[in-house]
Write a protein that binds this ligand. Structure first.
Ligand code: SF4
Length: 328
């Protein structure tokens, strides 16, 4: 007898988004901290949350990571890891001044945007960086060329833009924005600046767009979409917005399964479930278990992309791991 035959069908179902959860950049950043702890021993200092997820941060803290806001909080000579969101060049300088062993866990797809910012600044372009004011990634990217970069915080920020030469202006973006809202911002910018150039390749990363795409597919069928992710996780917050825009009747962001309010499920037949790029799948499994307890036992996984990208660990860490292995 198959599981399907033994499980009573309740008429309540879950549409489980795939892809969801960990992306290649987050996986690499978390592994960087874990490997550094093994190699150098605790404590390892991490500047800012390594990725924007409460559970991940707590788990790494329990293993000996100490999260700080700035390099000044790291004892001289200690090891510091920079988070996946990237840092401005001055942060590396500060680390050097304090003789810190710095390991850079910036996602390579964020580093790519830093390179673009540097290159266009060297060519004396005005750079319009579409992103959320105050987000760590935006602070890091803007720090590459502060004199050339101005922030455009969504479509409403377009009217404030002023450029020196409308023929020499390019837009770049934060990696974790809403794809649709960014297109709208760019369209508005182009109305004002018809010669605005686009980045050489998409800055919104594959993980962000894939997670939004699958949510758009499931949302119209969902009475409620539950997104697992933390409030400071840009891509997780975007998933709730995308679900609502795409037709979900309701959408909620939860860090943990026990935050699900039973009132959200009253009268619901179909619940969508997904998770942001910084969320380990065990948290999604806990949400599915909670939903199953409430009768949502049928789980249909909806897959719209096959993700295989992986990134290797930071060079500086790999070098030390190799040296340690050679010493035996
Ligand atoms: S969400 Fe995208 S840019 Fe951010 S860490 Fe993941 S792959 Fe990199």
């Amino acid at each position: 007898m198959t599981d399907a035959e033994t499980t009573p069908r309740t008429g309540k179902r879950v549409l489980l988004a795939n892809p969801r959860g960990y992306c290649a950049g987050v996986d690499r950043a978390v592994q960087t901290v874990e490997e550094a702890l093994k190699l150098y021993g605790a404590p390892i200092y991490v500047r800012k949350q390594i990725v924007h997820n409460k559970h991940v941060v707590r788990t790494l803290e329990a293993k000996g990571a100490i999260f700080v806001e700035e390099n000044e909080e790291v004892p001289e000579g200690a090891t510091v890891i920079f988070s996946a969101h990237g840092v401005a060049p001055e942060v590396y300088e500060q680390a050097k001044e304090r003789s810190l062993r710095a390991i850079d866990a910036t996602c390579p797809l964020v580093t790519k945007v830093h390179h673009e910012a540097r290159r266009f600044a060297q060519q004396d372009y005005d750079i319009l960086l579409i992103g959320h004011e105050g987000h760590e990634e935006v602070i890091g990217t803007a720090g590459e060329a502060p004199a050339h970069i101005q922030l455009v915080d969504g479509p409403d920020g377009v009217d404030k833009v002023t450029v020196r030469d409308p023929e020499k202006v390019v837009w770049l973006s934060q990696t974790t924005l809403s794809v649709d809202e960014t297109l709208e911002t760019v369209a508005r910018l182009k109305q004002r600046l018809p010669l605005l150039q686009s980045p050489p390749s998409d800055d919104i990363c594959y993980a962000t767009s894939n997670r939004q795409h699958v949510v758009k597919e499931i949302a119209p069928e969902c009475d409620v979409v539950i997104v697992v992710g933390s409030r400071n996780s840009s891509n997780s917050v975007r998933l709730v917005e995308v679900a609502l825009d795409a037709g979900a009747r309701a959408g909620h962001l939860v860090d943990f399964a026990d935050e699900i309010d039973d009132a959200w499920l009253e009268g619901a037949r179909t619940v969508g479930v997904t998770s942001g790029a910084s969320v380990p799948d065990e948290l999604v499994q806990q949400v599915l278990a909670r939903l199953a307890e409430r009768g949502f036992t049928d789980v249909d996984e909806v897959t719209t992309a096959d993700e295989r990208l992986t990134f290797s660990l930071p060079q500086e860490l790999k070098r030390d791991m190799k040296a340690a292995a050679a010493r035996g």
